[in-house]
Design a protein around this ligand. Structure first.
Ligand SMILES: Cc1cc2nc3c(=O)[nH]c(=O)nc-3n(C[C@H](O)[C@H](O)[C@H](O)COP(=O)(O)OP(=O)(O)OC[C@H]3O[C@@H](n4cnc5c(N)ncnc54)[C@H](O)[C@@H]3O)c2cc1C
Length: 472
């Protein structure tokens, strides 16, 4: 059967708004977030309901066409990007963006998978609740994408990753059947936790169409501080102190090097140096609570302790929400600052928290020995042991040589990650970009189990073929 027959059948089932075939209409579905990689969709299906997702999948299976589920397109490992050969149908969830139900007593909400994270957070807030997942792409990423990538972000140290924030799922399986697991239970120990297999499966096991999310009481107050510190050791010691001293109310603890403060000021000229002097390392931290606690006194006490132990040299404590937002602006703008520097190495590694100082030292030494004029930008979510150890290539390097050079540096970096018992991906997943590095680190037993899971859900490799595991 020809693909034309499939596209005609899809058009009939989904209607004009539900199927895009014109190259100009499809263009934005075939480029990744950084604009660095291009894919070629066969067409773009935009189903408006779970039944339409199911029908789309069944038609693709009948015609032997592979599918790429796509959310907000902010993933960073080319998982949602269709293959370059034009053989994959993109299934975008963007029209499925309804908040189905909110239960503020059960602290849960049911949402369509295409809901944008920011909108979900807003809807929860309107019911005096928080959905605590927070990340830089929250204005565009979708809940389905967050689930498929087991997203983390800024508040993981307090609330966990997406895996801990999902109570139930509705999924269209690769053969088109609908698995309704939309349970709103906080405890459920019946048999194997099947839904957990979908968390972080990167669209290779099923298409998430809806989810029951776990909510928290809405934070009624928060305090934010930006601190200047002399070393990464001081940052980690302060982190241990802060976890204990702040009644476990720490909701963010971000490591930022001086270079990122400069990149942020370059990207957002309205930002000015946040402290009187420049420091090699900064910590952006936040404590938040929903009850009548004096968070200001709590944070001041921590800072006094940090200063008396020579961990903190200077700091700015936000006196208002507007000031807090301005401090957070450094964290957001530094990403744009890096993006403006063109192709660079983005990583999302994890190491044990206590190993961060040694890791940064060893990794920096290894990278600088191999590429003395590159720039290391190591920042991240210290409370999760998760670092974005990014590398800007030497400015003298020809564009054509950048990719290979950065790949060599990535290989070196991952060797240091292995030495400290870390992970090559704490957040973004494997997709297509990290597949070689992932497979090289799987034991034969782990590979057998991973192949078994894929075969159980998707024996034909119809859904996101070649992501995480290679095509057979
Ligand atoms: C500026 C920026 C900051 C970021 N910060 C963080 C961060 O702090 N923490 C973090 O963990 N990640 C972060 N990310 C990456 C993160 O993975 C994504 O932002 C987000 O989780 C992906 O959601 P998305 O809807 O954009 O998914 P997409 O990019 O569209 O897809 C990602 C993967 O999920 C699959 N997928 C998408 N929707 C579905 C669905 N409904 N069912 C099944 N599979 C699906 C796709 O096939 C693909 O494999 C960041 C990205 C950017 C650009």
């Amino acid at each position: 059967m020809s693909t034309d027959t499939l596209l005609d059948a899809l058009h009939e089932r989904l209607g004009g708004r539900g199927l895009l075939r014109d190259p100009a209409d499809m263009a934005r579905y075939g480029v990744d977030w950084a604009g660095e990689r291009l894919g070629q969709p066969l067409a773009v299906a935009r189903p408006a309901s779970t039944a339409e997702v199911s029908a789309t999948v069944m038609l693709c299976r009948e015609h032997g066409v592979a599918m790429t589920p796509q959310g907000g397109h902010s993933g960073l490992v080319a998982g949602a990007l269709p293959a370059e050969d034009g053989g994959e149908l993109v299934i975008s969830l963007e029209r499925m963006d309804r908040v189905r139900e909110i239960d503020p007593i059960n602290f849960s909400m049911i949402v369509d998978a295409g809901c944008i994270l920011d909108n979900v957070k807003q809807a929860a807030a309107e019911h005096d609740c928080d959905f605590p997942l927070s990340l830089g792409a929250q204005g565009s990423c979708q809940i389905g994408g967050n689930i498929a990538t087991n997203a983390g972000g800024l508040n993981v140290l307090r609330y966990g990753m997406m895996r801990e924030l999902v109570l139930g799922l509705e999924v269209v399986l690769p053969d088109g059947r609908i698995w309704n697991g939309l349970k709103a239970l906080h405890k459920d120990n019946r048999g194997y936790p099947l839904q957990q297999l979908l968390l972080g499966s990167e669209g290779t096991l099923g298409i998430v169409t809806a989810a029951v999310l776990k909510l928290s009481p809405r934070q009624t107050q928060s305090r934010t501080a930006l601190l200047g510190l002399p070393s990464v050791e001081a940052v980690i010691t302060l982190y241990g102190l802060a976890r204990r001293d702040c009644s476990d109310l720490l909701s963010a603890f971000e490591l930022i090097p001086r270079r990122c403060i400069e990149l942020a000021m370059e990207a957002t000229p309205t930002l000015s140096d946040p402290l009187d002097d420049a420091y090699p390392w900064y910590v952006l931290m936040e404590v938040a609570a929903s009850g009548p606690l004096d968070l200001g006194a709590m944070l001041e006490h921590l800072l006094e302790q940090g200063m008396s132990r020579d961990l903190v040299v200077d700091g700015a404590l936000a006196a208002s929400d507007a000031q807090a937002q301005q401090l957070w602006q450094f964290r957001e703008s530094m990403l744009e600052g890096q993006r403006r520097r063109g192709e660079h190495l983005r990583t999302d590694i994890a190491v044990p928290i206590s190993a961060i100082p040694a890791f940064v030292e060893r990794a920096s030494a290894a990278i600088m020995a191999a590429s003395p004029t590159c720039e290391i930008i190591a920042y991240g979510h210290v409370g999760d042991g998760n670092l974005h150890f990014n590398i800007l290539p030497p400015t003298t390097l020809a564009d054509a040589d950048k990719h290979a050079h950065l790949h060599e540096l990535e290989t070196l970096l991952f060797e240091v990650v292995d030495e400290v018992g870390g992970s090559i991906s704490a957040e973004h997943g494997i997709g297509r970009s990290k597949q070689d590095a992932y497979l090289a680190r799987l034991s034969p037993l782990e590979r057998e189990l991973a192949d078994g899971v894929k075969t159980l859900f998707d024996p034909a490799h119809a859904l996101n073929p070649g992501r995480i595991l290679p095509r057979p």
